[in-house]
Design a protein around this ligand. Sequence first.
Ligand SMILES: [Zn+2]
Length: 77
Amino acid sequence: MKIDFCASCGRVAMKGFAYCPYCGVPLRRGPGPAEALESFAELESMQAASRARRIDELLAALDGIESDVESILESNV
Ligand SMILES: [Zn+2]
């Protein structure tokens, strides 16, 4: 179980708690700024990778179409 520290009283609270069980201050939800930035960069690199993969697929498909067109043109000559 992950834990978090209350920014107000400094005591340990379970992550996912909306409020500190000791002082009742609202706890930050989700990842902190540094973590959010890190996961954003991770997400961005994942998106870039999937984009590159998609482009590769499209280029491969284009190659297939190109050779199909070539063979059609050749058969018509
Ligand atoms: Zn507290």
